[in-house]
Ligand binder design. Structure first.
Ligand code: NAD
Length: 278
């Protein structure tokens, strides 16, 4: 079984650097997919209220026979639950759906600054953390301006910022800002939801290292220090995605991958996303 390194968050909590994401995993497929992931060796699951599969993630973990402390679990506040009281209530619902007393990481899913003030929501997160119901708290899709407001106006620095990152959207400035402030970066859609995998440069590097393009891309994230949780419902791909700890990309090859950047998003832009998908 692969040994996945951990990253130490700014409050001392350890998070496995590679996990399993369940966005777009249908509820009826989730118990089986998470069970397979846990059997293969994943010990970090990334879900969200929005994904509508928290309940099934909870079932798979409960059935796995693993101790609660052996699986790092993240969920996220839904966009329609922002504000102090709504966030506290929704957090209780997330714990109930997952059937746990304490979560490892709880995130504000989107800043939605045009809709309502995320600072107020963050104060509810600080309360949840102070009560010990979340071992760590963080944000997702926050840009530098959003993070700076939290740093200026609230007490607790987010432990993580979960943002879209892949070779076509390398996010150098935001990664540097996160690092400078002790915020760990989590890269969502680390494979660009599959879109980057046919790139010629990645195919050539895969040949050089006798790995697959997906393994090369995931290794690039790991060597940049980011936390990743690729998604696949196929056990063969789950095995492939975790089998990335027996090779090292050279500095020149790391740079070659970073040079593929096109500032091209596959997801919503946090500056404009209002929480209501088109
Ligand atoms: P991803 O980059 O992990 O790509 C997943 C897709 O890539 C799969 O559906 C499959 O088609 C393909 N794939 C996976 N492994 C492969 C392999 N080895 N070879 C070939 N193809 C492969 O994209 P994602 O699911 O969007 O992102 C991963 C996780 O990030 C999500 O499950 C979720 O947990 C998180 N996420 C968070 C946000 C957010 O706003 N915070 C948004 C999107 C995703």
């Amino acid at each position: 079984m692969a040994t996945v390194r951990t990253v130490t968050l700014n409050n001392g909590v350890e998070i496995p650097q590679l996990g399993f994401g369940v966005f777009l995993v249908k509820p009826e497929e989730t118990v089986e997919a998470v069970t397979s992931a846990l059997e293969i060796g994943y010990r970090h699951i990334d879900t969200a209220e929005m994904y509508q599969n928290e309940r099934e993630v909870g079932t798979a973990i409960a059935q796995s026979g693993l101790k609660r402390s052996e699986v790092f679990l993240t969920s996220k506040l839904n966009n329609d639950k922002i504000g102090f009281d709504a966030a506290l209530f929704a957090f209780g619902e997330t714990l109930a759906a997952l059937r746990i007393e304490q979560i490892d990481l709880f995130l504000i899913h989107w800043p939605l600054a045009t809709v309502r003030d995320f600072v107020e929501t963050w104060k509810a997160f600080e309360r949840i953390y102070a009560e010990g119901r979340a071992r760590s708290i963080g944000v997702s899709n926050f840009h530098i301006g959003h993070l700076q407001r939290l740093l200026d106006e609230t007490e607790i620095t987010p432990a993580v910022n979960q943002i879209e990152v892949h070779p076509y959207l390398t996010q150098e400035a935001l990664l540097a800002f996160d690092a400078e402030h002790g915020i760990a970066t989590e890269a969502w859609s680390p494979l660009g939801r599959g879109a980057v995998l046919s790139d010629r440069v990645l195919a050539d590097l895969a040949t050089t290292y006798a790995k697959t393009p997906a393994q090369v891309v995931l290794r690039w994230h790991i060597q940049r220090g980011s936390i990743v949780f690729p998604k696949s419902v196929h056990p063969g791909r789950m095995r492939e995605n975790i089998d990335i700890f027996d090779f090292e990309l050279s500095t020149a090859d790391m740079e070659q991958i970073s040079a593929l950047n096109q500032d091209e998003r596959i997801g919503f832009d946090p500056e404009t996303f209002t929480g209501i998908p088109d």
